[in-house]
Design a protein around this ligand. Structure first.
Ligand code: ZN
Length: 130
């Protein structure tokens, strides 16, 4: 193990407060949120149980060290799926946001809050004038 990898190897959490592993060395049951999602799981309210630290200067990582938080897949719960009623309610709400309050036409896009009308109404101020 290189010096830097050894520096990030702290499975007991003595140095970092929580169990810490270098890149690629975390135990297989500890997964990131995205890895859980890929398996159809969610953290399910559990706290972060461990972390992976690695050297990287991408994204202006503070101190040149990036972190990935890990969850215990054995404590994870299945992802929730929306019911038909929830999907219908969302579709209805989205449709309402596409209808211009001035001309009443479904614009096909969400009406910008800054304009409060479709782009065509916004570009013809005389028609809006009350
Ligand atoms: Zn309009």
């Amino acid at each position: 193990m290189s010096r830097i990898r050894a520096h990030f190897y702290d499975p007991a959490g003595a140095r970092y407060g929580i169990p810490t592993y270098p890149w690629g060395m975390a135990p297989p049951h500890l997964l990131t949120r995205r890895q859980l999602t890929a398996r159809g799981l969610r953290p399910g309210g559990q706290p972060v149980v461990a972390q992976v630290l690695w050297r990287s200067n991408r994204y202006r990582a503070p101190g040149g060290v990036r972190v990935a938080y890990l969850y215990d897949s054995r404590q994870a719960m299945p992802k929730r799926t929306a019911t038909q009623a929830q999907l219908a309610a969302i579709a209805k709400a989205c449709a309402a946001r596409r209808i211009c309050p001035h001309c009443g036409v479904d614009s096909g896009y969400t009406i910008p809050r800054s304009l409060d009308s479709c782009l065509e109404c916004a570009n013809s101020p005389l028609e809006i004038a009350v």
